[in-house]
Design a protein around this ligand. Structure first.
Ligand code: PGA
Length: 248
């Protein structure tokens, strides 16, 4: 059985003071959750997460990782630096990185590989734009994104990744894929994973992301191939994030 994962993606939000309120709000009400829970935070706040979350069931992670191990790469953050601060996860290939930083499918695949090498669990994001969906190219686009990752990873490592399907048109827009629309893409992704390793495909959590909220989480999470959520906006309010964790 795959254990569900609810991961917050804070993006470029937060401050020491605001994070303390948010993290204490989550910790205070969480209890022993039935699913795995994580927050992916801006790198300067990893130390704060380590201090605040070490004794809690909440894991933490970064939002990007360099493909390089160390050296003259100004502004980059290595996998070893993330693990130095106790990070368990790192998001790779978020659509905002693909769009604003020109990250290609191949670069994202390398990042997933480097993350695994550093002992991190990469949360590999895939998803189509509105234009791509409306022109019937969702499977081709999302398929190419996941295939690039499958081409690079060692089959023995494959079961250690997490995949997040995030339709670009649903991110931060308040528009959510219907449960069936999401399920169709998740099932397609699981088939692609199974082509590489049937065993791994059964183990890999496939998260949905894109305006998941307390009021739509339950029906999305009820679909057979939706194994959790990558939550942007709703992860910045403890009550909303906790409501999604409870739905899972
Ligand atoms: P959203 O963002 O929940 O605000 O739509 C999700 C994401 O980008 O990971």
């Amino acid at each position: 059985m795959r254990r569900k994962l609810i991961a917050g993606n804070w993006k470029m939000n937060g401050s020491l003071a605001a994070n303390a309120v948010l993290l204490n709000g989550i910790k205070g009400e969480l209890g022993q959750p039935a699913c795995a829970v994580a927050v992916c935070v801006p790198a300067p706040y990893l130390a704060q997460c380590r201090a605040e979350l070490a004794e809690s069931p909440v894991a933490w992670g970064g939002q990007d990782v360099s493909v390089h191990e160390s050296g003259a790469y100004t502004g980059e953050i290595s996998g070893a630096m993330l693990t130095d601060f106790g990070a368990r996860y790192v998001i790779v290939g978020h659509s905002e990185r693909r769009t604003y930083h020109g990250e290609s499918n191949d670069l994202v695949a390398q990042k997933a590989n480097v993350a695994l090498g550093a002992g991190l669990t990469p949360i590999v994001c895939v998803g189509e734009s509105l234009d791509e969906r409306e022109s019937g190219r969702t499977s081709a686009v999302v398929g190419a994104q996941i295939d690039a990752v499958l081409a690079v990873l060692d089959p023995s490592e494959l079961s250690k990744i997490v995949v997040a399907y995030e339709p670009v048109w649903a991110i931060g827009t308040g528009k959510t894929a219907t449960p069936q629309m999401a399920q169709d893409v998740h099932a397609m992704l699981r088939t692609r994973l199974a082509d590489k390793s049937a065993e791994a495909a059964e183990l890999i959590p496939i998260l949905y992301g894109g305006s998941m909220k307390p009021d739509n989480a339950r029906e999305l999470l009820a679909m057979p191939d939706i194994d959790g959520g990558l939550i942007g906006g709703a992860s910045l309010k403890a009550a909303d994030f906790l409501a999604i964790v409870r739905a899972a």
